[in-house]
Ligand binder design. Sequence first.
Ligand code: FES
Length: 290
Amino acid sequence: MSFIVRKLIVNPKIPGDEYLSVYLACDRRGWCGMGGGPKFDRRDFVKILGAFGVVGAGGGLAIPIVKYMMPEIPKAYSYPQTRLVWGDGRPVRASDLEVNKIYLFNYPLHSTPNFLVNLGDERGEPVGVRVKLYTNMSPLNEEPIIFKLGQTRLVEFNVPGYGREYVVEGVGPNKSIVAYSAICQHFGCPYPAMKFYPPGQQVPLARSELVVKGGVIYCTCHGGAYDPYRGAAVLLNPPQRPLPFVKLEERNGELWAVEVLGATVFGKFCNTCAAEEGELVGSETVVREV
Ligand code: FES
């Protein structure tokens, strides 16, 4: 029976089903709340089937009732291929991005901001990343990676976890340019409540010694922390999932956003399930310094 329920309510185009329970609480625009919304269990489903039998025998009203009872599945668009540009329209190139400075851009929706960072160490030398991780994970509870003089400046790391596996790899000459969602995976606090603190920059009011020296993305709402050098894996709960990773590509020296990998942006079961087509960013999105 549960198989039938799954088939009826899971959009087969959406990989994975970990957002199933959240999906049931989503509204038509794909935004979802903590609780609320229609909920089904096995007993409810049996009752509904019984009701269908009575109604069907009585007057053929089963189809409108099914439509009413079943949550509407918003359309899932494919990820836009979007060139990053400055406010004056110039394309963003890897060489434009200062090490350890925060830039923001919206992708894949106009309402979903992301960090764009050229990661570096405490001396401002670029640090490349190539990290394999999973959509679900326990916190690392480890020191953030802070490089000492003479160490290799490429982080190659496997973060343990479960769920879908994906790879976070930086772009640019040093593989140090990455982009992550700027919306916390816990309760959805966005920048500036959550922001990147470069190595050596004190995190104000940090609730743990682990993160006080920087080199982290820290959320002041409830003290959650992510490690941008290890794919934005969770360093400190309460977040349970890494920050979604915006895959970048270099095309003729210009930076493009092409896809979101890993967990979906907080509160959504699908990053491109926009009820209206205009919610997706188009062929260009503006990058701004903060
Ligand atoms: S919203 Fe970020 S830790 Fe709670």
